[in-house]
Design a protein around this ligand. Structure first.
Ligand SMILES: Cc1cc2nc3c(=O)[nH]c(=O)nc-3n(C[C@H](O)[C@H](O)[C@H](O)COP(=O)(O)OP(=O)(O)OC[C@H]3O[C@@H](n4cnc5c(N)ncnc54)[C@H](O)[C@@H]3O)c2cc1C
Length: 606
């Protein structure tokens, strides 16, 4: 039976005690792994064990729970990967986390890769057993991430005398490389938001020729052109860019313009190849050559490229979903989807109805109020999970990411140990604590007619981030609702009249602008126009969870051997972009069969 570490142990604890426990456990784990003894490994685990493999042993994001599940996966993954060389990590060896477990960071290798992991040990029947363990792919043995060292001084590539008249400026070299006139990129990334850029940065440092394309005219326009007043929800320490952390004096919550300009400078400083004002018209895959043929239009010039991999990084959503509502076309005002609503002065003096009660609905209602709309109504069909930026965000995200956080790679390693299914299981405790801190806010909202929920399974944000759902992190709009500046209307719009709307409870309201914050189709649908029906229908839909509880398809296998969907928040794109880049490199170097993406396609949710 699992117990807390006995109080006497803790009272007498020296770091040596815990270091010895970690060394002892890792020693046994290492021996069993090298001998490929699955049974021996399972015996080192507690009665309710969890394992999260992040591409290291399974070339996938694999959450495991229970001895049988772990044994089933290891039976294949252990011989296939060649897990070995397990050692306590001397850069971050052991922390005594709290009274429930000790935590050790370790390193390992496989036949072709290097990795790091974390094990949390609990006391069970008098011995230390693993409760949760992670195995994370961090590198390929023979293809290291580029890094210039002092030994490179004097290297001919860095320090040479060019023949007279042949010296090129750095800008000329960059432009030539970016143009891809005489060669093809190995990876073509469609969509240059942060997800696409982070992947491109990792691929660049692995020496993989990569091209990003975007319809926007300027890097960062995906943020720059959004409504004023947009601030990120996460604290800046959680959303920093790989290799390029934000200045220490920047505010805790970045504005859209700070993020936009940082994205633009990221392209320059990370030397990413980006074509802006570029549209992808068609893409076709040739299985024999293992290459795509992609027709693009770069600012008026037609180009055809033949990359190995096509990455779709066009955002979290597919196409806007616009419900068909009775009388909609007779309405004399403006009806628009949230994705097309620019906000600002357009709302001045207008009666604005916002349909929906999630993040964009709140932001748009607040924007309309601040721009002197004559009235603002929010229409809420189902309850929303909500917490405050001030209290909830540090509790939700601050443990590993704060002003004095660990080096970002260590923070990411520790923050991503728990399989998503375990994070969901642990979610209600934290969700309850956040709700208690926000009690005044939540009670005020309920009094104003706004309905709140604790999220699916009372687990707050974690299940919403994987399976979807309505949430809002309050940064002002809730006060407007509590004070009655934004009126709450329950239900839905039953029908439009020429001058307004009638709700399902019979209430009538005059309106000038109706903004439908009614969501999007699945991301998969965004590739249908370029890939056609046959290929698109064979791909897995994106999001939701797989049978082991991890988020499906995004940053994982799509069902097509050389097509990837890459979309996520900044933190997850930073964490998972790296092993994904390594997987693409491994495929290109012949270390991994690309058919793995077909075999590992996620099953559609029931
Ligand atoms: C109010 C608000 C607050 C947010 N706060 C946070 C936060 O705190 N933390 C966080 O991690 N995230 C936050 N987000 C980010 C958001 O949740 C997504 O995570 C993010 O936008 C997804 O990034 P992405 O790179 O995957 O896609 P996007 O940023 O949507 O970028 C996609 C890019 O693809 C391009 N594109 C689309 N279609 C095509 C095409 N056919 N051809 C070529 N290019 C195309 C677009 O022009 C765009 O540049 C916030 C968003 C909002 C609106």
């Amino acid at each position: 039976m699992t117990q807390l570490a006995p109080a006497s142990d803790i009272a007498d604890a020296t770091s040596q005690t815990y270091r010895d426990a970690a060394l002892g456990w890792l020693g046994e784990f290492g021996r069993a792994a090298e001998e490929k003894q699955v049974g021996e490994i399972v015996r080192l685990f507690s009665s309710d064990p969890w394992w999260r493999d992040i591409y290291a042993l399974t070339w996938d994001l694999t959450g495991m729970h229970g001895a049988d599940d772990i044994a089933e996966i290891l039976t294949t993954a252990l011989p296939a990967s060649g897990l070995r060389d397990i050692a306590l990590d001397e850069t971050r060896p052991v922390t005594f986390e709290n009274e429930t477990y000790i935590e050790a960071v370790y390193t390992f290798t496989t036949d072709i890769a290097t990795g790091r992991g974390v094990v949390r040990l609990v006391r069970e029947d008098g011995t230390w057993k693993a409760w949760v363990i992670s195995t994370v792919l961090t590198g390929l043995k023979n293809f290291p991430f580029n890094k210039v060292t002092t030994e490179d001084v004097g290297h001919p590539e860095f320090n040479y005398a060019a023949a007279p008249g042949t010296r090129k400026t750095v800008q000329e070299i960059k432009e030539e490389r970016r143009a891809f006139r005489d060669s093809d990129p190995s990876v073509l990334i469609v969509g240059a938001g942060h997800s696409g850029m982070f992947l491109a940065a990792y691929l660049n440092t692995l020496g993989v020729p990569t091209l990003l394309v975007d319809t926007y005219a300027r890097a960062g326009d995906n943020w720059r052109l959004r409504y004023n007043g947009l601030l990120l929800h996460d604290m800046k320490w959680a959303v920093q860019f790989p290799y390029m952390p934000f200045p220490p004096a920047w505010p805790i919550f970045l504005s859209k313009d700070q993020l936009a300009d940082w994205l633009e400078s990221y392209v320059e400083h990370m030397e990413l190849n980006l074509w802006t004002s570029t549209v992808v018209n068609r893409a076709e895959y040739d299985r024999d050559s293992g290459r795509w043929s992609v027709e693009l239009n770069r600012d008026g010039e037609a180009r055809t490229l033949h990359p190995n991999h096509l990455v779709i990084s066009t955002g979290l959503n597919g196409l806007p979903k616009l419900p068909e509502i009775e009388g909609m076309h007779e309405f004399k005002g403006i009806t628009t989807h949230s994705s097309a609503y620019v906000g600002g002065a357009v709302a001045q003096g207008k009666r604005v109805v916002v349909v929906g009660a999630g993040s964009s609905a709140h932001d748009i209602a607040q924007d309309a109020y601040e721009n002197e709309a004559s009235s603002v109504t929010m229409v809420q069909r189902s309850p929303t999970y909500l917490f405050s930026q001030r209290n909830g965000v540090p509790m939700q995200f601050g443990r590993y990411y704060s002003h004095d956080h660990l080096p970002i790679e260590d923070a990411d390693l520790l923050a991503s140990v728990n399989p998503t299914a375990l994070a969901r299981k642990l979610g209600p405790g934290l969700t309850q604590k956040i709700a208690e801190t926000d009690r005044e806010l939540l009670e005020g909202l309920e009094r104003a007619g706004f309905r709140t929920t604790m999220g699916p399974e009372n687990a707050g944000l974690t299940p919403i981030a994987s399976t979807g759902g309505s949430y809002y992190i309050d940064k002002g709009a809730s006060r407007l609702i509590i004070d009655g500046n934004v009126r709450m209307q329950p239900g839905e719009i039953a029908r439009f009249t020429p001058t307004g709307v009638v709700y399902t409870d019979g209430t009538e309201e005059e309106a000038d602008i109706v903004v439908l914050c009614t969501g999007y189709t699945n991301v998969r649908e965004s590739v249908r126009p370029i890939l056609g029906d046959e290929v698109t229908d064979q791909l897995a839909t994106v999001w939701n969870i797989d049978e082991r509880g991890e988020v499906r398809t995004a940053m994982r296998h799509s069902g097509h051997e050389k097509l990837w969907f890459v979309a996520n928040g900044l933190r997850i794109s930073r964490i998972l972009g790296k092993p994904l880049a390594l997987m693409i490199k491994a495929i290109d170097e012949g270390l991994l069969d690309p058919r793995i993406s077909v075999e590992k396609k996620a099953a559609e949710p029931a």
